[in-house]
Design a protein around this ligand. Structure first.
Ligand code: UD1
Length: 436
């Protein structure tokens, strides 16, 4: 497995472009199977989760092509309705294929989805909403088989504004007969982006961004193009990296409105942030001060995905801050590694008490999930000496060209290829040299 070697204490300066949002592109790509024709998806990030989604689409019979950041999915013929366990286990958002496949073919079989281990992640809300539309579910060992000869539009009341369940219901409702109203819907910007995609392809969807979404079902979707929104969590990551390491950076394409609670926290901690419609500028000169308690909540609250990353920035500051993680039960995976660097963090159930220490030291660190892994990079950038970070397979799920961008901003970060990979490359070179 690859690792990062980071030597901290270099200020970050310059500008970096924010790539397309992982959490938008995944439901959008699942949605391409509703289109009997070609969907051209622009600003599509090159991420391992996107590659995994492309493999699922190909398995289902789609023809997928990719050039730079444009992915084209031709879903004219869907030849398969079962997604094998090997593909499902690669990431949790594969569960979104449930709503999309049922909408397109009337049936779907999946196994329990994979993804980052953030505590128990049930799919009961997905199942409940699809059942409201008339989908029947059958469990067969580890597989879930669903069928619906005809779905009917209904009122769906979500017990919690789950992002994935809202997206699944939106996708399925596009082909239901009549109108569907999703109440207590998630309001995340990625839901608005999914609505934007569906509307570009001819679907009738309104209300995304509010807690009530209306879908007029039964309209055939047509070929079209859509450009994915910039990734707000990647934006928050670079902002936190600058906040921790100091410097002045422009984030081209960053949208401050989508990440307002993170910006407000970093301003309260001492950063200066400005933005216009094209970019966000952040400047950090001093170690961060402690801030009021940070309570993660569904949008427009503080995003749970930004919690570990902002925690790292505050852990190398000078004040104390309390975090309350209310969305996931296992979201402090970064804490042990941060403590190894000298961070003073106490976890007590959902709460984490952080006492800033501006003298963190480089250490051996391991990522256990995507954002927890990004948090380790943020801390390593501000620490004295060298850190080695392993577990990059998690970080690769959500960040494109991370080390190149950070190097460009002045960070001392290198990706070290694993021995096995180097040997494989060496063998390939030897074979080539021998004319093989
Ligand atoms: C999405 C994001 C993820 C983010 C999360 C919360 C994608 C690909 N992933 O995940 O990065 O951290 O939103 O903003 O967009 N829940 C249930 N039953 C369900 C579904 C969810 O109890 O059927 C619970 C979950 O266990 C969790 C909470 O609801 O505690 C939030 O989950 P949800 O909003 O569904 O997150 P995801 O869509 O999985």
């Amino acid at each position: 497995m690859d690792s990062y070697l980071v030597n901290g204490k270099n200020p970050l300066n310059g500008s970096v472009s924010i790539h397309g949002a992982k959490n938008s592109v995944l439901p959008i790509l699942a949605g391409t199977i509703l289109v009997k024709g070609k969907s051209v998806i622009r600003n599509c990030p090159n991420l391992s989760d996107v590659f995994a989604t492309a493999r699922i689409l190909e398995h289902l019979g789609c023809v997928v092509s990719w050039e730079d950041s444009v992915m084209t999915v031709d879903a004219t013929d869907i030849t398969e309705t079962k997604i094998p366990e090997s593909l499902m286990q690669e990431m949790r958002s594969s569960v979104l294929f449930l709503g999309a496949l049922i909408a397109r073919t009337g049936e779907a079989t999946i196994s329990c989805p994979g993804g980052c281990e953030l505590g128990p992640r049930p799919i009961d809300l997905h199942v409940k909403s699809l059942k409201r539309l008339g989908v029947t579910f059958e469990e067969d060992g580890d597989n879930i088989r669903c069928k619906a000869r005809q779905m009917y539009g209904r009122k769906i009341m979500l017990d919690f504004p789950s992002v994935g369940a809202t997206e699944n219901a939106m996708l399925a409702a596009c082909s239901a007969k009549g109108n569907t109203i999703i109440c207590n819907a998630a309001r995340e910007p990625e839901i608005v982006d999914l609505q934007g995609f569906l509307r570009s392809m001819g679907a009738k969807v309104w209300g995304a961004g509010s807690n009530t979404i209306l879908i007029e079902g039964g309209h055939l979707l047509h070929a079209g193009e859509y450009s994915v929104m910039p990734d707000r969590i990647v934006t928050a990551t670079y902002m936190s990296a600058v906040a921790a390491a100091t410097g002045e950076v422009e984030l081209i394409g960053g949208d401050l409105q989508t990440i307002a609670p993170v910006a407000a926290t970093l301003i309260e901690a001492g950063c200066q942030i400005q933005s216009d419609r094209k970019k966000i500028c952040i400047e950090s000169k001093f170690p961060l001060k402690g801030v009021r308690p940070i309570y993660t909540a569904p949008y427009p609250g503080f995003p749970t995905d930004a919690q570990p990353i902002v925690m790292s920035a505050l852990a190398c500051g000078v004040g104390s801050t309390v975090f309350i993680e209310s969305i996931f039960t296992n979201r402090y995976s970064q804490v042990d590694s941060l403590r190894r660097m000298g961070a003073a963090i106490q976890v007590d159930g959902k709460k984490a008490h952080v006492n800033g220490n501006p003298f963190l030291k480089g250490a051996q660190l391991e990522a256990y999930d995507l954002r927890g892994g990004a948090a380790l990079i943020v801390a390593a950038l501000s620490a004295e000496g060298e850190s080695e970070i392993t577990g990059l397979q998690f970080i690769d799920r959500g960040y494109e060209k991370l080390e190149e961008n950070l190097q460009f901003l002045g960070a001392d970060i290198k990706r070290i290829k694993s021995e096995a990979e180097v040997n494989a490359l060496f063998d390939l070179d030897v074979v080539k040299a021998l004319g093989g």
